[in-house]
Design a protein around this ligand. Sequence first.
Ligand code: SF4
Length: 311
Amino acid sequence: MRYVYGPVLSRRLGLSLGVDLVPRKVCTYDCIYCQIGRTTLKTLERKEYVPASSILREVEEALRSCPTPPDYVTLSGSGEPTLNERLGEILKGIKGMSPSPLAVITNGSLLYKEEVAEALLEADVVLPSLDAVTPAVFETINRPHPDLRLGEIVEGLKAFRRAFKGRLWLEVLLCRGVNDGRAELQALKEIIAEIGPDAVHLNTVVRPGVEEYAYPLPYERLSTIAKELGEGVEVIIRPPQRAAPPRQENLEEQVLRTLKVRPLTLEDLSRSLGLHEMEALKVLDQLADEGKITSRIFDHRIYYEAKGPKP
Ligand code: SF4
């Protein structure tokens, strides 16, 4: 499978079957904290980066081989999914074959485009992000395509909220010393109130990002900020407790595929794949010996990641 991965445990969506709508790493932003890697194609051009027919075929096959339906089928992955111009057809196609609700994780930058907003109306949950509401901070943290305008993005979010009947969960990711200043947070609070999402998910850098200076905020500080931002704001950095069903076949291959999507700690990996940590460690050692993975330390934790080309 090239475009579908998992199911993996997601902090917000439980057991989630992931679907990639663009190759790594096509995006409208190049966020300093991005865990996928540097943006290699920063673009606003919408096109069929990945064939819709292949995506639908793979989703069908993956759903057939899942022992239980995932909690969500989630469009996200290796870049910005709304850049795929066949987004609407893909959403409709998956809806026709999946018993699980559909989620789309997006940076929200293209919601101001009518065709993108219209396509996303098919989803059950849309999870856009908004990390900054003043242009200088937006430029610093998200490093957007030069033709994007923050005002337009915010207006797009507001208009989408009015039209969308599903759940809208806004994600705000805070980096220490970048977008956690008092003035920025106050402005953010006002804009969030104007957008009116169903929930706000406060996040921070939990895995190594593109830039070493993208530092996390401690949990306690995030909790304080959540309270200041008001009702419906929750901190989402606690890892989920539920383990995925155990899957024993092709363990090495599964671990490698999972680490190609994003770097993970031993704990994250064993939870995702429903493995005992000792068992996961054995596979990691084997893959390291074979030169297929590497590790690095971030925020006092060891992260493992796959070497070579990513999906
Ligand atoms: S929007 Fe998402 S995929 Fe794009 S650079 Fe930012 S974190 Fe990475």
